[in-house]
Design a protein around this ligand. Structure first.
Ligand SMILES: [Zn+2]
Length: 367
């Protein structure tokens, strides 16, 4: 039996983590452009929508808090999510809990609560809050209901069944996985195998996870549990040695950008918990690195194809046959390389070992 990679394109739908970034320039316009590119190849893209940000926008909008009464970011988001479903792409759940305790500071600007950055820590510094198990259940339930309420009016078969944690901060995952299962979620896609980021804001460690494609889980993301009802679909990560990194850096076009034109915002800087010695710094530059398949990164079409051919090799070593789901990530707010994505999808579409998720089939995130 042959092996084919089924490429599932996903995109995180949100402004910047500290609340900066214009909704139109950083989210709405790039999401439309991503759909336009995908549709040239009849490919589906699934948007993981940060509903915490949407709730904050809606709250201020409904209270008439925006100085400019014509500024309606929540309504703009609602209209676009409906359009996404009409165009047969998909919408699933993403949560950035720092928005739960937001403060609107005027002139379209928000202050968010960074102590709540990581989902398992969604009560943040407020120890008075209810137990985290209860709060996690509540937020997952409300997130799912928000999307289903909005989108069932467009497609009665719409269901929110898939999830990605904000900034991939799902660990410690025990309670989150329990909450996902309890609320009827089928897929999680918060894992980037072999990657780690040990900051005091963003913090995850997936070094124990090697999986290329989906696997069932129940209480831990590190352990494949054949009786698990939740399926983890990891984001594709590929090892780059020094030679690969130099080769792609040399041929990468200097025209590649990491932000759409007109989109400005702040990336939350995370102070590294481990300070490195000089020797360690040099060593970490020389050693192999794992990279996520992030189609809106500073990345060329050739580099994306290189990652998929590495994934195919690994799939064959693992004797995975048939259609092997492979997840690519992206961010609306990073879309500055449309020509490369277009070229990548054109090559992928004509390649015999890749199958793009088609707009004609049922979404892989709602199966
Ligand atoms: Zn996010």
């Amino acid at each position: 039996m042959t092996t084919q990679l089924k490429l599932l394109l996903t995109c995180d739908y949100e402004v910047f983590g500290d609340g900066s970034g214009d909704i139109n320039e950083c989210v709405i316009a790039p999401a439309n452009r991503l759909m336009d590119i995908c549709e040239k190849y009849n490919a589906r893209i699934t948007f993981f929508v940060d509903v915490c940000e949407y709730w904050a926008f809606k709250d201020v909008e409904e209270k008439g808090g925006f100085e400019d009464k014509n500024y309606k970011p929540a309504t703009i988001i609602e209209n676009q999510l409906k359009k996404i479903i009409q165009r047969r792409h998909d919408v699933q759940l993403h949560l950035h809990p720092q928005w739960i305790n937001y403060e609107y500071i005027g002139e379209k600007k928000f202050k968010v609560d960074l102590t709540r950055w990581r989902l398992p820590n969604l009560n943040g510094a407020n120890v008075e809050d209810k137990p985290v198990t209860e709060e996690l259940n509540k937020i997952l339930k409300k997130g799912k209901e928000t999307l289903e309420y909005l989108l069932k009016s467009i497609d009665s078969s719409y269901e929110c069944k898939s999830f990605r944690a904000g900034a991939l901060c799902i660990q410690p995952e025990y309670l989150v996985l329990k909450g996902l299962i309890k609320n009827g979620f089928k897929y999680d896609t918060s894992v980037a195998p072999k990657l780690f980021h040990l900051g005091n804001v963003t913090n995850f460690d997936f070094r124990n996870i090697e999986n290329l494609s989906e696997y069932p889980v129940s209480t831990s993301l590190d352990i494949k549990d054949l009786s698990g009802v939740l399926i983890e679909r990891p984001i594709l990560t590929v090892k780059f040695n020094l030679f690969d990194r130099v080769k792609f850096a040399l041929f990468r076009s200097s025209a590649l950008k990491d932000k759409p034109c007109g989109c400005e915002g702040t990336v939350i800087a995370s102070v590294q918990a481990i300070s490195q010695s000089r020797i360690n710094k040099i060593w970490s530059k020389l050693k192999s690195h794992y990279k996520m398949l992030d189609i809106t990164g500073i990345i060329s079409a050739e580099e994306m194809m290189f990652m998929l051919s590495k994934a195919l090799k690994k799939a064959k070593i693992l004797r995975l046959t048939g259609e092997v789901p492979i997840v690519a990530i992206s961010h609306c707010k990073n879309l500055g390389n449309e020509a490369e994505i277009d070229k990548f999808l054109r090559i992928a579409d004509s390649s015999s070992f890749i199958k793009l998720e088609s707009l004609n089939e049922k979404s892989a995130w709602r199966e």
